[in-house]
Design a binder for this molecule. Structure first.
Ligand SMILES: Nc1ncnc2c1ncn2[C@@H]1O[C@H](COP(=O)(O)OP(=O)(O)OP(=O)(O)O)[C@@H](O)[C@H]1O
Ligand SMILES: [Mg+2]
Length: 242
């Protein structure tokens, strides 16, 4: 095997107010792997994802394709890791949806015609063609989530780090997301409470609880282990309960 896509070593993070979110997390994700990260509210999932592209400074080490996530490398890291935030309001800050989705490609120095093509393609991928001139402030929750995904798709990153990508999506949009992620050969790390999505899409699941990894293994084993899930305040996926 080559260099892992993601290598996280003994990662610890405490917020300025003293709340400890991660207490020594270690794992690797191989290139092309698709991994679910689940765990109860407050487990540290979002904190972990934000550390993958260096939004916070933590103890321990994160490497992306062997490149350390340190301030000097952040431009490269952010070209290679696309982070979809849990809350779209953290992602969408421009006056128009076009500007939000064009932001990454423009920063990458692409020509305007290429940028326009990427925006149109990303909007089509999330089923929102023609939304370029709208403002994200005036979209529904699910539409905002889809535009958030488009801001990352337009950058053509190597690693998709997605925080609750299916939250607020209507059933058809959620199905399209699952289909698209299954077809997509990029490395994917998906923080989610949607255990049915995790069960359908991933071969590997990590459970975080209290800032620690308490399980890391085949999804088919972890998400069918009722005792393990209940110990960590989770439930069997609906399709397993049936
Ligand atoms: N800005 C912040 N300041 C202080 N503490 C924070 C901050 N953001 C998160 N925390 C705390 O860090 C811990 C981990 O939070 P995090 O958002 O990573 O959890 P999560 O697993 O993503 O939860 P959820 O399932 O609710 O999205 C929690 O105890 C939370 O209260
Ligand atoms: Mg979260």
């Amino acid at each position: 095997m080559g260099v892992p896509a993601i290598r996280v070593q003994d990662l610890k993070y405490t917020f300025p107010d003293g709340t400890t979110a991660l207490q020594g997390v270690s794992f690797t994700v191989e290139a092309g792997e698709r991994v679910a990260v689940t765990g109860p509210n407050g487990a540290g999932k979002s904190t972990l994802l934000t550390l993958l592209n260096g939004l916070l400074a933590a103890d321990g080490a994160v490497e992306i394709f062997g490149v350390p996530v340190i301030p000097a490398n952040l431009p490269e890291i952010r070209r290679r890791v696309g982070l979809v935030f849990q809350d779209p309001d953290d992602q969408l800050f421009c006056p128009t949806i076009f500007d939000d989705i064009a932001f990454g490609p423009l920063n990458m120095g692409l020509e305007p015609v290429e940028v326009r093509g990427r925006v149109a393609k990303a909007l089509a991928q999330v089923g929102l063609s023609g939304f370029e001139k709208r403002s994200a402030f005036h979209l529904s929750g699910g539409e905002k989530k889809r535009v958030s995904l488009a801001t990352v798709l337009s950058m053509d990153v190597e690693i998709l780090a997605m925080d609750e990508p299916s939250s607020n999506l209507d059933p058809r949009s959620r199905r399209l997301l699952i289909h698209w992620l299954r077809e997509c050969d990029k490395t994917q790390i998906i923080a989610t409470h949607d255990l049915d999505l995790a069960y359908e899409l991933t071969r590997r699941t990590l459970i975080l609880h209290g800032g620690k990894i308490v399980a890391d293994g085949p999804t088919a084993e972890i998400l069918t282990d009722q005792a393990l899930l209940e110990t960590h305040d989770l439930e069997l996926p609906y399709q397993i309960q049936k």
